[in-house]
Design a binder for this molecule. Sequence first.
Ligand code: PLP
Length: 350
Amino acid sequence: MEVLNSGYLSIGPKIKKFEKKFAEKIGTKYACAVSSGTAGLHLALLAAGIKDGDEVITTPFSFVASSNTILYVGAKPVFVDVDPLTFNINPGKIEKKITRKTKAILVVHIFGQAADMSPILRLAKKYHLKIVEDACEAIYATYKKRRVGTFGESAVFAFYPNKQMTTGEGGMITTNKKSVYEICSSLKNQGRAPDMQWLDHKYLGYNYRMDEMSAALGLAQLEKLKFLIKERAKIAALYDKHLKPFKNKVNTPYTATHNTNTWYIYSVLLNKAVKRNTVIKKLAEAGIASKPYLPSIHSINFYKDLFGYKKGDFPVSEDISARSLALPLYIGLKEKDVKYIVDSLLSIIK
Ligand SMILES: *Cc1c(COP(=O)(O)O)cnc(C)c1O
């Protein structure tokens, strides 16, 4: 209401305040609010100087936007298969994919848990590669006590309604580099420099601005972010508890000991012999939504057409994609609901 009454519906004080508070919470010097996580990744890659002909190492087990934004800047996503337990990029397989064209590693922290950053940081240093973090699914997650969003030259968060916090649509780029903050701030605003007049343009820019209403929502969500994550963790623990006796039937999520998980989703792995589509259909008949989550990016048709990927190229990622099932996870889900979901799932599998 404050925003609506103020007359500033965009480019106003709430954006500035949201950026400042967000940077404080994550622990970076700067934060730049944008219209979506995808827009943020696009700008972060531009700010990193990634361009036509460059290669960027990344994971095939992610939401398609992480890899699409590499294509936006004319570079080639070079996939590295993932760890079978955390589903994050496997650092041991990165080095042999580095070529003279490799400029950066786009690290995705998938499902709410950080990628194994120590070996990734070592490789980046050795080969002079930039790191851009896709932290869209892992706000507030920590790796060896350090928050995601503080490891790379830049990091990107997303606020679509299915994320841990939301602004409707929206995203945020965090960085400790003033130059990255300034370039992103300009590019999201049609390439204007801060000291330029409204119709002067320094770069080829975009309109990737977040509006003031979204920023106000974001500020309110930030205030209760700890609570939002704690509630998600409680529900995840309930699933763990009720699923534990059935380990041989349903694999529950694994969180590495040096990680804290902020539970973007709760995804189980079904046995190979179980027909996942049938499970989804029967769960729906019992009033339970579930989703195969996620398809491997290299198996998406236009990636196959562009790069000639085939089955077996990234077997770990493919195996997870074929067997993972996201169960309902939202604040307000009660223990009796979790019990009902688990009982239904087990009886369908049986
Ligand atoms: C949600 C998400 C994005 C994109 O965020 P949008 O705000 O939907 O554009 C990018 N990467 C990952 C891993 C995501 O989960």
